[in-house]
Ligand binder design. Structure first.
Ligand code: ACO
Length: 322
């Protein structure tokens, strides 16, 4: 079965927050943030929601593919920052774009979410259950960030990316993946939801924000992601020389450099956009893919490795020939 990416789209909030502006919010400098993370600015919502950004990106992916929303069979939104616990973002997107025949649900695997959602679509396609899907990664992380914590607020951005994919049984198999979770290390990157608040148990409600152990995450990402890409390539029987680009989760530039060194692959094979969008969790891979296709870096016929890693801890990689 051939997984065909026929259209991509992305949506970013209109407002940009630069490192220079952050200097007046927390004790930091543009130089420090650039040197440690490669990030110069990020888009931050002043009203855009996960649902509105996801809808915008989905419409663009469908337009790029020349497909009608009415024919879409499956919508999965990967997100860890929805506005509403109920209904899910995917159902809001379904209503907004008019995909009345689609089944729609959300998936939360943090920064691996888009990749896991794509793997889910591939698995449905392989079983013959569905033959097309819109897969979206969308986040408004700025509302779950502690803007007094300089260790985290410098890293994240808001945005959404989407792909329209179809199964083609006439063409050879072009997709392989590996995916993992390690819940025993989960508490190194957390964000609380709501406190227990019922007639039998009341406690003072507290605002909850993203908390992380930056060094642990750094080491996990560099070690585990390179090992999982090596494992994937062996499983798929693809040599590194045949990989055109590694489209990785954009956590920060130093993690990507570390992975390229471990894989002994030239950094030029790792497109990045973290400099102007920051870390957008599940939106990072589809937004980078969309940008790389639009600017002519990624083209039909090329072989890509996609890799996501983040809270959970979750991680995985897939190889696809476009
Ligand atoms: N500006 C200036 N100084 C800062 C800042 C800041 N924004 N943040 C921390 N510092 C200070 C610290 O207080 C510390 O000062 P001290 O030595 O006086 O105590 C010093 O800089 C070094 O701090 P470290 O936390 O050790 O800095 P480190 O080199 O580890 O860089 C960073 C921190 C950038 C967060 C790094 O650990 C990292 O990239 N981790 C990965 C985290 C990540 O990408 N998370 C994203 C979510 S998960 C994911 O997407 C996979």
């Amino acid at each position: 079965m051939n997984l065909q990416i026929l259209g991509t789209g992305s949506a970013l909030p209109k407002e940009v927050l630069t490192n220079k502006q952050l200097e007046s919010i927390v004790e930091t400098t543009d130089e420090w943030v650039k040197e440690r993370t490669g990030i110069a600015q990020r888009h931050v919502s002043t009203g855009e929601t996960v649902a509105s950004l996801a809808t915008d990106a989905a419409k663009k992916a469908l337009d790029a593919a020349g497909k009608s929303a009415e024919d879409v069979e499956l919508i999965i939104v990967a997100t860890c920052s929805p506005e509403l616990a109920l209904p899910c973002v995917a159902c809001q997107v379904q209503a907004e774009i008019g995909a009345s025949k689609a089944v729609a649900f959300d998936l939360n695997a943090a920064c691996s979410g888009f990749l896991f959602a794509l793997n889910t679509a591939y698995s449905y396609f392989s079983s013959g259950l569905y033959k097309n899907a819109v897969i979206i990664g969308a986040e408004v992380l700025s509302k779950i960030i502690d803007w007094t914590d300089r260790g985290t607020c410098i890293l994240f951005g808001d945005g959404a990316g989407a792909v329209y994919v179809e199964a083609n049984n006439e063409l050879p198999d072009n997709y392989k993946f590996v995916q993992y979770a390690n819940g025993s290390k989960g508490m190194v990157l957390t964000c609380g939801l709501r406190d227990l608040d019922n007639p039998l148990h009341k406690e003072e409600l507290m605002k909850k924000y993203v908390w992380m152990d930056g060094r642990e995450i750094f080491q996990f990402a560099v070690r585990q992601v390179s090992a999982c890409i090596e494992e994937l390539l062996e499983k798929a029987n693809v040599a590194k020389e045949n990989i055109d680009y590694y489209v990785l989760h954009q956590a920060n530039a130093r993690i990507i450099e570390g992975i390229s060194k471990r894989l002994k692959e030239d950094l030029s094979k790792f497109p990045t956009n973290v400099e102007h969008v920051g870390n957008m969790s599940s939106a990072a891979i589809p937004v980078l893919l969309d940008e790389s296709i639009k600017n002519g870096t990624v083209k039909k016929g090329q072989t890509l490795v996609l890799s996501g890693f983040g809270a959970g801890l979750t991680y995985g990689a897939s190889v696809i020939t476009l």
